[in-house]
Design a protein around this ligand. Structure first.
Ligand code: ADP
Ligand code: MG
Length: 324
């Protein structure tokens, strides 16, 4: 059985001027111990999807579909159970560690907090565990007494990872964990995440706009565009031989991990992603697509088979693979 299974998940924000369809009919699976990358430009719905998994969305967000964590439906879980799941079974590392850390509390106390709150350790044991966690993320144990501002960005992100590991979760969701870091530090933090999930047999969902980052860490990749998954498959294949023109453009835009030049000016990706409240008809990508056909403006796209264990939502794939 999969550790996590998303079945036709949609998220709609209700705002004063109407409804924002941020995630539209996403189905994905994550096996125990596996790493799944979720790629896509800013605004494609990646963080919304991540927050839906942990029921962290604001009240004005409507979630539809099913999210099964170890067979249990997250969306119908009682709050008490959900709180327990949040640290003990699945935890999330957000983009930009500065938001996740309290500036006026020592980091050791912040790492220990979930252990104490969930009654998983008494204060003495929690202190020992904090030292062990700091060591695991490559920080000396005396750092427990530091305040967040005394650490560099990379060190703060390591602290966030230590917090995520504290209750030994089975799943970690990392939302742009390295995006705010410079290239060298980015590579170090990625290596750390890779090693930790392998060593502790943790399943990982890693989110990034940078396809090369995900291809480096994850076994499978899902590429999102305008709230939908447009390509899904083994990461090396999606990265080096994308079947969807959008994934191709993303792969070309981010050829190597954290390439500073492509961060400023993504290669080959003209135009902007659509406003979810004004989605183009047919394939949402067609206005920017270099290989669009006339029919793409009205076509009902779906994820068609695109090789072994691969799918892509492109008319060219449907035609080539002979699906109907
Ligand atoms: P990503 O993480 O891929 O950048 P997000 O999930 O943050 O994308 O956003 C997806 C879409 O949902 C965007 O169009 C964004 O403007 C919109 N959105 C995100 N949060 C809210 C919110 N709280 N209320 C209304 N719209 C939102
Ligand atoms: Mg985001």
């Amino acid at each position: 059985m999969s550790l996590l299974e998303l079945d036709d998940v949609s998220v709609t924000y209700r705002i004063a001027s109407g409804e924002v369809p941020a995630v539209r009919g996403v189905s994905l699976k994550l096996d125990s111990g596996a790493a799944l990358g979720v790629a896509g430009e800013s605004g494609s719905g990646k963080s919304t999807l991540a927050m839906a998994l942990m029921r962290l969305l604001p009240r004005d967000a409507r979630v539809e579909g099913r999210i099964l964590l170890d067979g249990e439906d997250v969306l119908t879980m009682k709050w008490g159970r959900m709180r327990a799941v949040r640290w003990a079974e699945a935890s999330i590392v957000f983009q930009g560690a500065q938001h996740g850390l309290n500036p006026v509390r020592r980091i050791g106390d912040q790492i220990a907090e979930p252990l104490l709150v969930h009654g998983l350790a008494k204060p003495d044991a929690a202190r020992k565990r904090v030292a062990e966690l700091l060591e695991q993320v490559g920080l000396p144990s005396w750092r427990a007494r530091s305040y967040p501002h005394e650490l560099s960005g990379g060190q703060r992100q390591r602290v966030m990872i230590a917090m995520a590991l504290a209750c030994s979760p089975r799943l970690i969701i990392a939302d742009e964990p390295t995006t705010a870091l410079d290239v060298m530090v980015q590579a170090q933090v990625l290596t750390l995440i890779k090693e930790l999930v392998a060593e502790h047999d943790i399943s990982l969902i890693m989110i990034s706009h940078d396809l090369s980052v995900l291809a480096d860490v994850c076994g499978r990749l899902a590429v999102m565009y305008a709230g939908r998954v447009v390509e899904y498959g083994p990461s090396a294949e999606v990265f080096h031989d994308a079947k969807h023109p959008y994934s191709r453009a993303l792969a070309a835009a981010f050829p190597t991990v954290g390439d500073p030049a492509s961060r400023l000016a993504p290669k080959g990706l003209g135009g902007d992603p659509p406003d979810p409240m004004q989605l183009p008809g047919g394939c949402s990508f067609h206005p920017r697509c270099p290989v669009a056909l006339d029919e793409c403006a009205t076509l009902d796209v779906e994820l068609w088979p695109a090789g072994e264990r691969r799918t892509a939502a492109c008319v060219h794939v449907r035609e080539k693979e002979g699906a109907s």
